[in-house]
Design a protein around this ligand. Structure first.
Ligand SMILES: [Zn+2]
Length: 189
């Protein structure tokens, strides 16, 4: 009986060891897989966000092309700016500067808003091209209140007034400019 008892003790010990080992392996694999999966989804989320931005730009650009019967050059670079006071907007690169192409500097806060507001922003920017503001500004951002108002008004062909007012409210830190631009789109001609 003694020999049989120690046989069972060894067997049970081995089984317990196997069980513990299994738990450790499973836990390690679980943690590792979880990290790999979250890495995968993080990188995919970034890719999805940039695809969404590209698709949105393409849509806005082709709607403006159809309405104005013009050809809009491709957007060759998009820079997302994090400072509230950075110069944002759209620039036109002429043939001599490696164009024709458009360069967009987008404020990062725009992505906190829903798509209607982002669209309003892009339509405003593309209106600067359609209305020939960019071609005149020779590679610089448009910084003329009258041209800003023109672009806001023209953008209303594509987006609703509320989204435009909302956008202006958040996009301009100059209180006078903000008031003038909002007034221009609220009060009809
Ligand atoms: Zn503008």
């Amino acid at each position: 009986m003694k020999g049989r008892d120690s046989y069972y003790t060894v067997l049970i010990s081995v089984l317990i060891l196997v069980l513990v080992f299994n738990v450790i392996i499973t836990a390690t694999l679980y943690v590792h897989t979880k990290e790999t999966i979250s890495d995968y989804f993080d990188s995919n989320a970034k890719t999805a966000a940039s695809y969404r931005l590209d698709a949105l730009l393409l849509k806005v650009s082709s709607n403006v092309e159809n309405k104005y019967k013009i050809k809009i050059p491709p957007v060759s670079s998009i820079t997302i700016l994090f400072s509230q006071y950075s110069q944002t907007g759209i620039k036109y690169l002429s043939l001599e500067k490696g164009g024709p192409a458009l360069e967009l500097n987008i404020p990062n806060w725009i992505f906190d808003y829903k798509e209607d507001i982002i669209k309003a922003y892009f339509y405003h920017e593309f209106m600067h091209f359609a209305l020939c503001h960019l071609q005149k500004s020779r590679g610089y951002f448009v910084r003329d209140l009258n041209l800003e108002k023109e672009a806001d008004k023209a953008a209303l062909q594509f987006v609703d007034r509320d989204s435009m007012v909302y956008l202006i409210n958040f996009s301009s830190w100059d209180q006078e400019e903000k008031a003038a631009r909002i007034e221009a789109i609220i009060i009809p001609d």
